[in-house]
Design a protein around this ligand. Structure first.
Ligand code: HEM
Length: 327
Protein backbone atom coordinates (compact mmCIF):
# COMPACT_ATOMS: atom_id res chain seq x y z
CA UNK A 1 0.00 0.00 0.00
CA UNK A 2 1.17 3.51 -0.79
CA UNK A 3 1.17 5.15 2.63
CA UNK A 4 2.37 8.46 1.17
CA UNK A 5 -0.99 9.11 -0.52
CA UNK A 6 -2.66 9.23 2.91
CA UNK A 7 -0.27 11.87 4.27
CA UNK A 8 -2.16 15.05 3.28
CA UNK A 9 -5.39 13.77 4.84
CA UNK A 10 -3.61 12.66 7.99
CA UNK A 11 -1.83 16.00 8.16
CA UNK A 12 -4.93 18.09 7.76
CA UNK A 13 -6.82 15.99 10.30
CA UNK A 14 -3.93 16.47 12.73
CA UNK A 15 -3.93 20.21 12.05
CA UNK A 16 -7.68 20.41 12.46
CA UNK A 17 -7.79 18.45 15.67
CA UNK A 18 -4.67 19.48 17.53
CA UNK A 19 -3.11 22.62 16.19
CA UNK A 20 -4.38 26.04 15.29
CA UNK A 21 -4.46 26.81 11.58
CA UNK A 22 -1.36 28.98 11.59
CA UNK A 23 1.03 26.11 12.02
CA UNK A 24 -0.56 24.21 9.19
CA UNK A 25 0.31 25.96 6.00
CA UNK A 26 -1.06 29.47 6.56
CA UNK A 27 0.63 32.75 7.31
CA UNK A 28 -0.57 34.43 10.48
CA UNK A 29 0.01 37.82 12.12
CA UNK A 30 0.49 36.12 15.50
CA UNK A 31 2.64 33.28 14.19
CA UNK A 32 5.58 33.90 16.56
CA UNK A 33 3.65 35.51 19.43
CA UNK A 34 4.20 32.49 21.66
CA UNK A 35 7.53 31.23 20.28
CA UNK A 36 9.40 34.51 19.72
CA UNK A 37 7.50 37.35 21.37
CA UNK A 38 10.32 39.91 20.98
CA UNK A 39 10.86 39.29 17.27
CA UNK A 40 9.53 42.62 16.02
CA UNK A 41 11.54 44.53 18.64
CA UNK A 42 14.74 42.70 17.69
CA UNK A 43 14.24 43.38 13.98
CA UNK A 44 13.27 47.01 14.62
CA UNK A 45 16.39 47.62 16.69
CA UNK A 46 18.59 45.95 14.04
CA UNK A 47 17.13 48.10 11.30
CA UNK A 48 17.31 51.26 13.35
CA UNK A 49 20.97 50.68 14.07
CA UNK A 50 21.76 49.75 10.43
CA UNK A 51 20.05 52.89 9.12
CA UNK A 52 21.73 55.06 11.75
CA UNK A 53 25.00 53.71 10.43
CA UNK A 54 24.09 54.18 6.74
CA UNK A 55 20.85 55.80 5.60
CA UNK A 56 20.91 54.03 2.23
CA UNK A 57 20.50 50.67 3.94
CA UNK A 58 16.71 51.17 4.06
CA UNK A 59 16.62 51.22 0.27
CA UNK A 60 19.01 48.30 -0.07
CA UNK A 61 16.92 46.08 2.23
CA UNK A 62 13.70 46.92 0.42
CA UNK A 63 15.30 45.95 -2.89
CA UNK A 64 16.78 42.78 -1.39
CA UNK A 65 13.31 41.76 -0.24
CA UNK A 66 11.85 42.50 -3.70
CA UNK A 67 14.54 40.38 -5.37
CA UNK A 68 13.86 37.57 -2.91
CA UNK A 69 10.11 37.58 -3.53
CA UNK A 70 10.32 37.92 -7.31
CA UNK A 71 12.42 34.79 -7.73
CA UNK A 72 10.35 31.75 -6.79
CA UNK A 73 8.62 33.55 -3.92
CA UNK A 74 9.57 35.16 -0.59
CA UNK A 75 11.64 32.23 0.66
CA UNK A 76 15.00 33.74 1.61
CA UNK A 77 16.58 32.23 -1.51
CA UNK A 78 18.42 35.45 -2.38
CA UNK A 79 20.35 35.14 0.90
CA UNK A 80 21.92 31.75 0.07
CA UNK A 81 25.57 31.57 -0.93
CA UNK A 82 26.46 29.45 -3.97
CA UNK A 83 27.36 25.83 -3.20
CA UNK A 84 28.80 22.88 -5.12
CA UNK A 85 25.25 21.74 -5.91
CA UNK A 86 23.66 25.01 -7.04
CA UNK A 87 24.52 28.44 -8.42
CA UNK A 88 22.31 30.80 -6.53
CA UNK A 89 20.80 34.24 -6.95
CA UNK A 90 23.40 36.37 -5.19
CA UNK A 91 25.71 36.30 -8.16
CA UNK A 92 23.09 36.79 -10.86
CA UNK A 93 23.89 39.98 -12.79
CA UNK A 94 20.94 41.83 -11.20
CA UNK A 95 22.40 41.15 -7.75
CA UNK A 96 26.17 40.79 -8.04
CA UNK A 97 27.91 44.00 -6.86
CA UNK A 98 24.45 45.47 -6.54
CA UNK A 99 22.23 43.73 -3.96
CA UNK A 100 23.15 44.91 -0.47
CA UNK A 101 22.18 44.36 3.14
CA UNK A 102 23.21 40.72 3.63
CA UNK A 103 25.31 41.58 6.70
CA UNK A 104 22.40 43.44 8.28
CA UNK A 105 20.16 40.40 7.89
CA UNK A 106 22.94 38.17 9.29
CA UNK A 107 23.29 40.39 12.37
CA UNK A 108 19.54 40.45 13.01
CA UNK A 109 19.30 36.69 12.46
CA UNK A 110 22.10 36.13 15.01
CA UNK A 111 20.17 38.15 17.61
CA UNK A 112 16.93 36.36 16.78
CA UNK A 113 18.69 32.98 17.12
CA UNK A 114 19.94 33.98 20.57
CA UNK A 115 16.42 34.87 21.70
CA UNK A 116 14.56 32.02 19.96
CA UNK A 117 16.79 29.38 18.38
CA UNK A 118 15.70 27.65 15.16
CA UNK A 119 12.31 29.32 15.22
CA UNK A 120 12.16 32.28 12.85
CA UNK A 121 12.85 31.97 9.13
CA UNK A 122 15.23 34.23 7.24
CA UNK A 123 12.39 34.92 4.79
CA UNK A 124 10.26 36.35 7.63
CA UNK A 125 13.19 38.38 8.98
CA UNK A 126 13.77 39.93 5.54
CA UNK A 127 10.05 40.69 5.18
CA UNK A 128 9.94 42.42 8.59
CA UNK A 129 13.23 44.19 7.87
CA UNK A 130 11.84 45.78 4.71
CA UNK A 131 8.68 46.91 6.52
CA UNK A 132 10.66 48.46 9.41
CA UNK A 133 13.12 50.12 7.01
CA UNK A 134 10.37 51.85 5.04
CA UNK A 135 8.57 52.98 8.17
CA UNK A 136 11.75 54.46 9.65
CA UNK A 137 12.39 56.29 6.36
CA UNK A 138 9.04 58.09 6.49
CA UNK A 139 6.97 55.59 4.52
CA UNK A 140 3.83 53.69 5.44
CA UNK A 141 3.49 50.89 7.97
CA UNK A 142 1.67 47.67 7.20
CA UNK A 143 0.92 44.50 9.14
CA UNK A 144 3.07 41.54 8.13
CA UNK A 145 1.67 38.05 8.34
CA UNK A 146 4.34 35.53 9.29
CA UNK A 147 5.22 31.87 9.00
CA UNK A 148 7.24 31.86 5.78
CA UNK A 149 9.81 29.08 5.61
CA UNK A 150 13.22 29.15 3.96
CA UNK A 151 14.03 27.55 0.64
CA UNK A 152 16.42 24.63 0.36
CA UNK A 153 17.93 25.99 -2.84
CA UNK A 154 18.37 29.07 -5.02
CA UNK A 155 18.50 29.50 -8.75
CA UNK A 156 20.60 31.92 -10.74
CA UNK A 157 18.73 31.14 -13.95
CA UNK A 158 15.41 31.89 -12.25
CA UNK A 159 16.84 35.22 -11.06
CA UNK A 160 17.96 36.02 -14.59
CA UNK A 161 14.56 35.20 -16.02
CA UNK A 162 12.36 36.80 -13.36
CA UNK A 163 13.97 40.02 -12.07
CA UNK A 164 12.99 42.99 -14.26
CA UNK A 165 15.74 44.88 -16.05
CA UNK A 166 15.86 48.67 -16.42
CA UNK A 167 16.60 48.16 -20.12
CA UNK A 168 13.45 46.23 -21.00
CA UNK A 169 10.21 47.81 -22.19
CA UNK A 170 7.32 48.47 -19.84
CA UNK A 171 5.27 45.69 -21.48
CA UNK A 172 7.91 43.10 -20.52
CA UNK A 173 8.17 44.43 -16.99
CA UNK A 174 4.40 44.40 -16.65
CA UNK A 175 4.26 40.83 -17.99
CA UNK A 176 6.71 39.76 -15.27
CA UNK A 177 4.52 41.33 -12.59
CA UNK A 178 1.34 39.81 -14.07
CA UNK A 179 2.96 36.37 -14.15
CA UNK A 180 3.26 36.68 -10.34
CA UNK A 181 -0.38 37.66 -9.87
CA UNK A 182 0.42 41.37 -9.59
CA UNK A 183 -1.00 44.00 -11.93
CA UNK A 184 -0.14 47.18 -13.76
CA UNK A 185 -1.09 49.30 -10.75
CA UNK A 186 1.40 47.30 -8.63
CA UNK A 187 4.08 48.06 -11.26
CA UNK A 188 3.51 51.80 -10.85
CA UNK A 189 3.04 51.76 -7.09
CA UNK A 190 6.02 49.51 -6.32
CA UNK A 191 8.23 51.46 -8.73
CA UNK A 192 7.59 54.26 -6.24
CA UNK A 193 10.20 52.44 -4.12
CA UNK A 194 12.65 54.35 -6.29
CA UNK A 195 11.90 57.35 -4.09
CA UNK A 196 14.90 56.18 -2.05
CA UNK A 197 18.25 54.64 -2.84
CA UNK A 198 20.82 54.81 -5.59
CA UNK A 199 21.61 53.35 -8.99
CA UNK A 200 24.99 52.73 -10.59
CA UNK A 201 25.76 54.72 -13.72
CA UNK A 202 25.78 51.71 -16.02
CA UNK A 203 22.07 51.20 -15.33
CA UNK A 204 21.12 54.48 -17.04
CA UNK A 205 24.25 55.77 -18.80
CA UNK A 206 23.07 55.08 -22.31
CA UNK A 207 20.37 57.71 -21.70
CA UNK A 208 23.06 60.35 -21.21
CA UNK A 209 25.19 59.93 -24.30
CA UNK A 210 23.87 57.52 -26.89
CA UNK A 211 20.21 56.79 -26.45
CA UNK A 212 19.07 53.86 -28.64
CA UNK A 213 22.15 54.31 -30.84
CA UNK A 214 21.14 57.88 -31.76
CA UNK A 215 24.41 59.45 -30.60
CA UNK A 216 22.25 61.85 -28.55
CA UNK A 217 20.83 61.83 -25.02
CA UNK A 218 17.34 60.56 -24.26
CA UNK A 219 15.01 63.40 -25.30
CA UNK A 220 12.73 62.55 -22.36
CA UNK A 221 15.43 63.48 -19.83
CA UNK A 222 15.31 66.93 -18.23
CA UNK A 223 18.30 68.98 -19.43
CA UNK A 224 19.53 70.17 -16.04
CA UNK A 225 19.35 66.61 -14.64
CA UNK A 226 21.21 65.47 -17.77
CA UNK A 227 24.04 67.90 -16.98
CA UNK A 228 24.28 66.73 -13.38
CA UNK A 229 24.22 63.07 -14.34
CA UNK A 230 26.90 63.56 -16.99
CA UNK A 231 29.20 64.95 -14.33
CA UNK A 232 28.55 61.97 -12.02
CA UNK A 233 28.76 59.48 -14.90
CA UNK A 234 31.30 60.69 -17.47
CA UNK A 235 31.29 58.78 -20.76
CA UNK A 236 34.01 56.29 -19.83
CA UNK A 237 33.93 52.77 -18.43
CA UNK A 238 35.47 53.63 -15.10
CA UNK A 239 32.36 55.60 -14.16
CA UNK A 240 30.08 52.55 -14.44
CA UNK A 241 29.80 51.92 -10.72
CA UNK A 242 29.46 55.56 -9.64
CA UNK A 243 26.18 56.25 -7.90
CA UNK A 244 23.31 58.63 -8.56
CA UNK A 245 20.19 58.94 -6.39
CA UNK A 246 17.02 57.47 -7.88
CA UNK A 247 15.17 60.52 -6.51
CA UNK A 248 17.63 63.40 -6.44
CA UNK A 249 15.20 65.78 -4.70
CA UNK A 250 14.50 63.92 -1.44
CA UNK A 251 17.17 61.20 -1.54
CA UNK A 252 16.55 59.46 1.77
CA UNK A 253 12.91 60.20 2.37
CA UNK A 254 10.19 57.75 1.45
CA UNK A 255 7.68 60.15 -0.15
CA UNK A 256 5.85 60.68 -3.44
CA UNK A 257 8.52 62.89 -5.04
CA UNK A 258 9.53 60.01 -7.34
CA UNK A 259 6.21 60.55 -9.13
CA UNK A 260 6.67 64.32 -9.25
CA UNK A 261 10.06 63.68 -10.85
CA UNK A 262 8.49 61.51 -13.54
CA UNK A 263 6.02 64.33 -14.29
CA UNK A 264 9.08 66.60 -14.75
CA UNK A 265 11.05 64.26 -17.02
CA UNK A 266 13.40 63.53 -14.15
CA UNK A 267 13.10 59.78 -13.72
CA UNK A 268 16.55 58.21 -13.50
CA UNK A 269 16.08 54.79 -15.09
CA UNK A 270 14.61 54.40 -18.54
CA UNK A 271 12.11 51.96 -16.99
CA UNK A 272 11.06 54.68 -14.52
CA UNK A 273 10.45 57.38 -17.12
CA UNK A 274 8.69 54.81 -19.36
CA UNK A 275 5.75 54.92 -16.93
CA UNK A 276 4.88 58.26 -18.58
CA UNK A 277 4.60 56.74 -22.07
CA UNK A 278 1.45 54.75 -21.44
CA UNK A 279 -1.89 56.44 -20.70
CA UNK A 280 -2.86 54.09 -17.86
CA UNK A 281 0.43 54.22 -16.02
CA UNK A 282 0.88 57.97 -16.66
CA UNK A 283 -2.50 58.67 -15.12
CA UNK A 284 -1.57 56.72 -11.98
CA UNK A 285 1.76 58.58 -11.82
CA UNK A 286 -0.12 61.87 -12.02
CA UNK A 287 -2.48 60.84 -9.20
CA UNK A 288 0.34 59.74 -6.89
CA UNK A 289 2.33 62.90 -7.67
CA UNK A 290 -0.59 64.95 -6.35
CA UNK A 291 -1.83 62.81 -3.47
CA UNK A 292 0.93 61.49 -1.19
CA UNK A 293 -1.60 59.80 1.06
CA UNK A 294 -2.99 57.74 -1.83
CA UNK A 295 0.52 56.62 -2.74
CA UNK A 296 1.34 55.71 0.85
CA UNK A 297 -1.82 53.64 1.17
CA UNK A 298 -1.34 51.97 -2.21
CA UNK A 299 2.31 51.19 -1.47
CA UNK A 300 1.40 49.38 1.73
CA UNK A 301 -1.28 47.38 -0.11
CA UNK A 302 1.06 46.39 -2.96
CA UNK A 303 3.80 45.48 -0.50
CA UNK A 304 1.44 43.08 1.25
CA UNK A 305 0.81 41.41 -2.11
CA UNK A 306 4.56 41.30 -2.84
CA UNK A 307 5.46 39.87 0.55
CA UNK A 308 3.00 37.00 0.19
CA UNK A 309 4.19 35.79 -3.22
CA UNK A 310 5.00 32.08 -3.46
CA UNK A 311 5.66 31.57 0.24
CA UNK A 312 6.66 28.19 1.66
CA UNK A 313 4.63 27.20 4.73
CA UNK A 314 3.76 24.21 6.90
CA UNK A 315 6.26 21.42 6.37
CA UNK A 316 7.83 22.89 3.20
CA UNK A 317 11.37 24.25 3.29
CA UNK A 318 13.06 24.76 6.65
CA UNK A 319 14.04 27.31 9.30
CA UNK A 320 17.65 28.06 8.43
CA UNK A 321 20.04 28.62 11.32
CA UNK A 322 22.33 30.72 9.13
CA UNK A 323 20.65 32.69 6.34
CA UNK A 324 23.54 32.02 3.96
CA UNK A 325 23.42 28.23 4.24
CA UNK A 326 20.92 25.41 4.02
CA UNK A 327 20.98 23.57 7.40
C1 HEM B 1 9.70 47.73 -12.01
C2 HEM B 1 10.85 47.20 -12.32
C3 HEM B 1 12.15 47.57 -11.64
C4 HEM B 1 13.34 47.76 -12.24
C5 HEM B 1 13.63 47.63 -13.72
C6 HEM B 1 14.29 48.12 -11.22
C7 HEM B 1 15.62 48.37 -11.44
C8 HEM B 1 16.50 48.85 -10.50
C9 HEM B 1 17.88 49.16 -10.75
C10 HEM B 1 18.60 48.98 -12.08
C11 HEM B 1 18.41 49.65 -9.61
C12 HEM B 1 19.84 50.10 -9.38
C13 HEM B 1 20.71 48.90 -9.02
C14 HEM B 1 22.19 49.20 -9.07
O1 HEM B 1 22.58 50.20 -9.66
O2 HEM B 1 22.99 48.43 -8.48
C15 HEM B 1 17.36 49.65 -8.62
C16 HEM B 1 17.51 50.10 -7.34
C17 HEM B 1 16.51 50.01 -6.39
N1 HEM B 1 15.29 49.39 -6.55
FE1 HEM B 1 14.44 48.84 -8.27
N2 HEM B 1 13.64 48.15 -10.02
C18 HEM B 1 12.33 47.81 -10.21
C19 HEM B 1 11.37 47.67 -9.23
C20 HEM B 1 11.61 47.80 -7.89
C21 HEM B 1 10.69 47.41 -6.85
C22 HEM B 1 9.35 46.74 -7.09
C23 HEM B 1 11.27 47.74 -5.67
C24 HEM B 1 10.77 47.53 -4.26
C25 HEM B 1 9.52 47.37 -3.95
C26 HEM B 1 12.54 48.36 -5.98
C27 HEM B 1 13.39 48.91 -5.06
C28 HEM B 1 14.62 49.49 -5.37
C29 HEM B 1 15.41 50.24 -4.43
C30 HEM B 1 14.95 50.64 -3.03
C31 HEM B 1 16.60 50.55 -5.05
C32 HEM B 1 17.82 51.28 -4.45
C33 HEM B 1 18.70 50.23 -3.78
C34 HEM B 1 19.96 50.76 -3.10
O3 HEM B 1 20.19 51.96 -3.03
O4 HEM B 1 20.74 49.90 -2.61
N3 HEM B 1 12.72 48.35 -7.33
N4 HEM B 1 16.21 49.15 -9.18
Amino acid sequence: MNTKSHMPLTNSLFCFLFLSSFVCGQLDYKYYDATCPNLTKIVRYGIWSAISNETRMAASLLRLHFHDCFVNGCDGSVLLDDTSTFTGEKNAPANRNSARGFEVIDAIKANVEKACPSTVSCADILTLAAREAIYLTGGPYWSVSLGRRDSLTASQSAANAQIPSPFEPLENITAKFVSKGLDIKDVVVLSGAHTIGFAQCFTFKQRLFDFDGSGNPDPTLDSSLLGNLRSVCPNQNDSDSNLAPLDAVTINKFDNVYFKNLMNNSGLLQSDQALMNDNNTASLVSTYSKYPYLFSKAFAASMVKLTNLGVLTGQDGEIRKNCRLVN
